[in-house]
Design a binder for this molecule. Structure first.
Ligand code: NAD
Length: 309
């Protein structure tokens, strides 16, 4: 199946970002369905596209093309009637996601693919109320979706292999880097890696080995520099598996293996220190620093992803 008609359910942060991604292909029309269409639905997409233009990563003509291929509606039945591929970006609440897909079944074609952008929930469980769970697949995008190439394609228990392959092809076509997660496991692939590092980072702070800013520096100016270019397994092959075995034998007993969130993290949350949201987390943040951090991350991502292509 060639996907030409994509529907995004939900017009929040991820929904509009995904609309922009799919509309990057000249032969794909995107409909964003939300229960209420906002006054200026294109505004966040225009802001993203203008940032790309300002950083020489997009032309004005391409911007107009993307915008022309996106429409917004509150009419669910009309939006999904001829859809090839529907992706839900509704809140991370199991019941909402399950009902969203179950409600679609009588309204769509027999071969329409239902993709879920859940961050952590099981696509198998999300498909439980569907009569055709074989067409439900996990597609975990990362924020900001127009800049992060990775999309984890999660094969749920009953997902048809063809559905996985069509989804992989579609994402490659719109310039993403899809990776297949063969099992429906919590955290899929990349969040398992990310949170394993997070657990160790918090443990080091709790144990007085280094403060949060120092841990961040050690990551940013050391292994973090390699990772966009050199994965863990390629790195092991480069340095030698015998060396890796010696190091793991020595160091693994000392690494954090807690099964619950860190005490330090819970203490910050209890004090209302939530990070950028409240101006204080592990560090204190002014609004100017917050704006700078958000903006410089986006500009950095534009630079590095240009080289990745
Ligand atoms: N924000 C992120 O960084 C991120 C990253 C990856 C995946 N996700 C996942 O993407 C999904 C959407 O996240 P978001 O950040 O865009 O959320 P959001 O809150 O910005 O948007 C949610 C959208 O769902 C709509 N909505 C609210 N209640 C609804 C209901 N009962 N039925 C249907 N629609 C409803 C809202 O109006 C809004 O348009 C979540 O599953 C989230 O876990 C988020």
């Amino acid at each position: 199946m060639e996907v030409k008609n994509v529907v995004v359910l939900g017009a929040g942060l991820m929904g509009v970002g995904l609309a922009q991604v799919f509309a990057g292909a000249e032969d794909i029309q995107v409909t964003v369905r939300s229960r209420k269409v906002h006054d200026e639905p294109y505004a966040p997409i225009i802001k993203n596209l203008d940032l790309l233009i300002a950083n020489d990563a997009l032309t004005e003509a391409a911007k107009e093309g993307v915008l022309s291929r996106i429409s917004f509606t509150d009419d669910l039945a009309a939006a999904v009637k001829d859809a090839d591929f529907i992706i839900e970006c509704v809140p991370e609440v199991m019941e909402i996601k399950q009902d969203t897909f179950a409600e679609l079944e009588p309204l769509t074609q027999d071969d329409t693919i239902y993709a879920t952008n859940t961050s952590v929930m099981s696509p198998t469980e999300i498909a439980l109320k569907c009569k055709h769970p074989e067409r439900v697949v996990g597609t975990h995008f990362w924020n900001p979706p127009f800049l992060i190439p990775l999309v984890e394609i999660v094969k749920a228990e009953k997902t048809d292999n063809e559905v996985v392959e069509i989804t992989m092809d579609l994402l490659r076509k719109v310039g993403k880097k899809p990776v297949k997660c063969q099992k429906d496991v919590p955290g899929f692939i990349a969040n398992r890696l990310q949170h394993a590092i997070w657990r160790e980072a918090l443990s080091m702070v709790e144990n007085g080995i280094a403060d949060p800013a120092t841990v961040d520096e050690a990551l940013k100016y050391g292994p973090g520099l390699r990772w966009p270019h050199l994965g863990i397994f390629e790195n092991a092959d480069m340095t030698g598996l015998d060396l890796a075995l010696n190091i793991h034998t020595y160091i693994f007993p000392y690494l954090e293996s807690a099964k619950a969130p860190s005490k330090l993290l819970k203490e910050h949350v209890e004090k209302g220190e939530l990070g950028f949201k409240t101006g204080k987390g592990y560090q204190t943040w002014t609004q100017e620093q917050i704006d700078h951090s958000n903006q410089s991350l986006r500009e950095y991502l534009i630079r590095v992803t240009k080289d990745l292509k």
